[in-house]
Design a protein around this ligand. Structure first.
Ligand SMILES: NC(=O)c1ccc[n+]([C@@H]2O[C@H](COP(=O)([O-])OP(=O)(O)OC[C@H]3O[C@@H](n4cnc5c(N)ncnc54)[C@H](O)[C@@H]3O)[C@@H](O)[C@H]2O)c1
Ligand SMILES: [Zn+2]
Length: 390
């Protein structure tokens, strides 16, 4: 009759003045599929959309490479789908772009039961994910990562954000996707610099939590860099499993000293110091890892032979291991100023993730400016080259 009975609460009323405690939070499980070929991944995406109207968010480059093809296939298979494209690159990870996407959503017929599909690299995942977290108080989204970095890292875990001039990822949320469809065949068009930057995050995961994955990368490095599909599939799958396990332990980063932030204290400072864009996230993290490895060795926490392996793999992947290797070289002072900004955001203290062996780290909040300066001055490039030759 169009009328619904409200559920009756049989609990006695609390005396007025008593504090009311409520908890209604629930985390939804979601699947991550690592798929070798496009046809299977399109089917998986169609299943994820499940008959809902969809809007794809992608960047211009990805739209031309595979986004339009994905959209055409989905439309040809009965999906109602629109596309919103943004400019490629870190500068798009901004409030301005997020507002542009929201404007487009508002002008469309998009409703809360429809679904957003983020197709692209970490920039698209983070920006579209953040829009999804706040538009209509939260709409579902599926991640289709097309860079190695997004497949091994950015598409998983529900950390979504846009940057602010003050700092990276300043405006963000924790908001999980409904599914992740990682198709490694999309990586075949990725340029080598972005392959290496993505590999940096996979190496990070291996160093902090998986000697097995580290061995795998060491052994198959040239095949990974040559984008050999089976190697990529194993790499993406291995890194995804580890990232999931680590995030499950602390999904909302209650613990500010997260192992997953290995390389990121210095990395974020470098990105802040160089203005987002000229240095890729993975490159900044690579230098950050090298600096933290140097600090760990200087403190006697990490044995030099293991440090050699970490520096050796970064160098062999042709990743930057010193600020001098970066496209835009920040001064040590600029990095320290960047660190102060990062510290300000992170609860006034700065945690460094210092590896003690492969698969194990120690979180330090007492690293001094002097130690950072020494590590930044360290001839890590020569060190890693000599590690390579050994
Ligand atoms: N949310 C997280 O947990 C998390 C984790 C790691 C990194 N991130 C964020 O991810 C961002 C970096 O992501 P990214 O490195 O993927 O950068 P990106 O999204 O800018 O992509 C890199 C470039 O590759 C192009 N591209 C994407 N897919 C391609 C393909 N298949 N073939 C050819 N070109 C392609 C893009 O157009 C872009 O120009 C940073 O903002 C970083 O902070 C987020
Ligand atoms: Zn990162």
């Amino acid at each position: 009759m169009g009328m619904r009975r409200l559920l009756r609460d049989n609990q006695p009323l609390l005396p007025p003045g008593e504090t009311i405690t409520t908890s209604s939070f629930c985390r939804r499980a979601y699947s991550i599929q690592v798929i070798p070929d496009e046809p299977t991944s399109l089917q998986a995406l169609r299943t994820g959309i499940n008959g809902r109207a969809a809007i794809m968010v992608t960047d211009h480059t990805v739209a031309a490479i595979c986004g339009e093809r994905i959209a055409a296939w989905l439309s040809g298979h009965g999906a109602r789908l629109d596309i919103i494209t943004i400019a490629p690159g870190e500068r798009s990870k901004s409030l301005e772009t997020a507002c542009h996407i929201m404007d487009q959503l508002a002008r469309s017929q998009f409703g809360r039961r429809d679904i957003l599909i983020a197709v692209g690299g970490g920039v698209v995942m983070d920006t579209a994910g953040w829009v999804a977290s706040s538009y209509m108080r939260g709409i579902p989204y599926i991640n289709v990562p097309t860079t190695l970095l997004a497949q091994v890292d950015a598409s998983i875990g529900g950390k979504v954000a846009v940057d602010h001039a003050m700092a990276k990822n300043l405006i963000g949320a924790f908001y999980e996707p409904q599914a992740v469809v990682s198709c490694v065949s999309y990586l075949s068009t990725l340029d080598p610099r972005h392959v290496r930057a993505g590999l940096a995050e996979a190496i990070k995961t291996a160093v902090i939590a998986s000697p097995e994955l580290f061995d795998y990368v060491e052994l198959h490095l040239s095949s990974i860099l040559a984008l050999e599909p089976e190697c990529l599939r194993r790499l993406v799958h291995g890194a995804s499993v580890i990232k999931c396990r680590l995030v499950e332990r602390d999904p909302y980063e209650a613990d500010l000293g997260r192992a997953l932030n290995f390389g990121h204290a210095i990395g974020h400072a470098i990105e802040t110091a160089t203005g987002y864009g000229s240095v890729l996230h993975g490159e900044a993290v690579s230098v950050g890892m090298a600096v933290e490895v140097a600090i760990a060795v200087a403190r006697g926490l990490l044995n030099p032979a293991t440090a050699d392996r970490v520096m050796g793999i970064l160098a062999a992947a042709d990743l930057p291991v010193a600020v001098q290797d970066l496209r835009r070289v920040p001064s040590a002072e600029e990095v320290v100023v960047g660190l102060k900004k990062v510290r300000q955001i992170r609860d006034g203290s700065l945690r460094f993730v210092l590896p003690t062996e492969l698969g194990s780290v120690l979180i330090a909040d007492d690293v001094t400016e002097e130690e950072i300066h020494t590590a930044l001055r360290q001839p890590t490039r020569e060190w890693s080259r000599s590690a390579l030759l050994r």
